[in-house]
Design a protein around this ligand. Structure first.
Ligand code: NAP
Length: 496
């Protein structure tokens, strides 16, 4: 079994108290790698390495062209190792190889390339001030040490979504991926070194959130926390920041309960196909998954008949088989959680139209497979329609008037991604103003590109990742005021 040490200061180091943990292939429930677990001392060493490198200026003061060149080299090496990274990603998360080869690793490579090029484009601004007495300009500066805390559902993509803008702006990073799927973000260490990244710019440590994660985010020298994960942990990190001797900049990318509204004039085939990706990609373990279908009465029967037929034809199975479309959930715990949501929904009055059970034909009984599930007769007030299930479960609610559907869509603690299908531009425009969401998909679904901002409102988070808007989250603003008037200030009228 492969062993991964901690990546600190461009060296592979053992955990100081020699603790290790295993990462499992959830589709087989078998260990695939052993990782060193960072103790409090290791966290401190990693943060100090990042801080020393940041303060040395070796990275933060480097010509942005040179910074970009190194990042582009990282992207090149990632591309050469794409198949290998995709294989690890699939085994570590339980996703089908078809997904990790075509989605996950490409996103990570694109993030490295996009933010490499953005590092050349960080510009200031000049502010015209009244009175012509001062030249005022704004400059953007890196925070220093950034902690990147990321979840298991897109391990390399979400780690790079945070690491890349942080280093592109000149900060140094300590990254802690989820201990449930830490392998590809850890392999990134090898690639960074091969590309010539200076020591200490990116440090990658592993261990559970409750210990390693807390030591990292609570460290006094961490100036910014970029977090992707659950609402519960997001709330804790706001507290950590508020209690730190120096408060920390925090950005949060949290959960979702994506609404999908299908109007009577929509392209039914297109809507159904995009909805299935919306709730089945990565077995539904996606923050912006479309998990609440608001379906207009006039097209209800035709839509449901085709939807159920297509969902039932999805192929579950061996994640290394290119034809497999649905893999395993991340863990037994997640499998039980999803199953109990479905069972409780039925108790609350919902009806199962497809799925609604574990997929446990041998040998898949060793993994954590759940059949894609659709629940009808759901009310917007039921738990299955309100909470993030994080599995392939779709609830369906009928409506008659668009305003009624929009009101139900907005009646949730989350506001990340939302979707509307209609062939009427007036409907699309009207709804775009009324729906509360960080990302609104109109006649498409779950399309997310590194170039455009990603994030949510309400309990879906604070701030945005990706694009130039995301890049700015990683930059502090400095307002510079240079006096250019005739006489210096003498506000108190001193004479001597
Ligand atoms: P999680 O339990 O909040 O964990 C996320 C990360 O935080 C992991 O690395 C975890 O480490 C770490 N962590 C846990 N407790 C911590 C603490 N007290 N202090 C510091 N770090 C801590 O979330 P998850 O179950 O991995 O991910 C699923 C959630 O992420 C869902 O709600 C999903 O919607 C959300 N998500 C959001 C986005 C987005 O862009 N908005 C994208 C993907 C996922 P360990 O896992 O090692 O314990």
């Amino acid at each position: 079994m492969q062993e991964f040490k901690l990546f600190i200061n461009n060296e592979w180091v053992s955990s100081s108290d020699n603790k290790k943990f295993e990462s499992l292939d959830p589709s087989k429930n078998l260990p695939i790698a052993e990782l060193h677990l960072a103790g409090e001392k290791d966290v401190d060493i990693a943060v100090k390495a990042a801080k020393k490198t940041f303060e040395s200026g070796v990275w933060s003061d480097l010509d942005p062209d040179k910074r970009a060149d190194i990042m582009l080299k990282v992207a090149d090496i990632m591309r050469k190792r794409l198949k290998e990274l995709a294989k690890w990603e699939s085994m570590d998360t339980g996703k089908p190889i078809m997904e990790t080869e075509n989605v996950d690793i490409h996103y990570a490579i694109r993030a490295m390339e996009y933010f490499a090029n953005q590092s050349r484009e960080i510009k200031g601004e000049v502010i015209p001030l009244p009175g012509n007495v001062a030249f005022d300009w704004i400059s953007y500066e890196p925070y220093g040490v950034v902690a990147c805390i990321t979840p298991w559902n897109f391990p390399l993509h979400l780690a790079t979504r945070c690491i890349c803008p942080a280093i592109a702006t000149g900060s140094c990073v300590v990254a802690k991926p989820s201990s449930l799927a830490p392998i590809t973000p850890t392999i990134l260490g090898e690639i960074l070194m091969e590309a010539g990244m200076p020591a200490g710019v990116v440090n990658i440590i592993n261990g559970p959130g409750g210990t390693t994660g807390e030591w990292l985010t609570g460290h006094a020298d961490v100036r910014m926390i970029s977090f992707t994960g659950s609402l519960a942990v997001g709330r804790k990190l706001l507290e950590v920041s508020s209690k730190s001797p120096i408060i920390k900049k925090v950005i949060l990318e949290l959960g979702g309960k994506g609404p999908f509204i299908a109007e009577p004039d929509c392209d039914i085939d297109g809507a159904i196909n995009s909805l299935i990706v919306g709730f089945c990609l990565m077995q539904g373990e996606v923050c912006c998954a479309s998990t609440r279908l608001y379906l207009h009465d006039d097209i209800y029967n035709e839509f449901m008949e085709k939807l159920v037929r297509r969902v039932n034809s999805l192929k579950l199975g061996d994640i290394s088989d290119q034809s497999t479309q649905i893999g395993s959930l991340i863990s037994r715990d997640q499998l039980e959680k999803v199953d109990s949501y479905v069972k409780n929904a039925v108790k609350d009055g919902a009806t199962i139209v497809c799925g609604g059970e574990k997929f446990d034909e041998p040998p898949f009984d060793k993994g954590s497979y759940y059949r894609p599930t659709i629940l009808e007769n759901v009310k917007n007030t039921m738990r299955c329609a309100r909470e993030e299930i994080f599995g392939p479960v779709l609830v369906v609610i009928r409506y008659r008037h668009l305003d009624e559907a929009i009101a139900m869509a907005n009646d949730n603690q989350y506001a990340l991604g939302a979707t509307l299908w209609s062939e009427n531009p007036k409907t699309l425009f009207y709804a775009s103003k009324k729906i509360d969401a960080g990302i609104l998909w109109l006649n498409t679904n779950v399309m997310s590109k590194i170039e455009a901002p990603y994030g949510g409102n309400k309990n879906s988070g604070l701030g945005r990742e990706d694009g130039t808007i995301g890049l700015k989250e990683y930059l502090k603003v400095k307002n510079n005021v240079l006096f250019i008037g005739k006489e210096y200030d003498n506000f108190y009228g001193f004479k001597d």
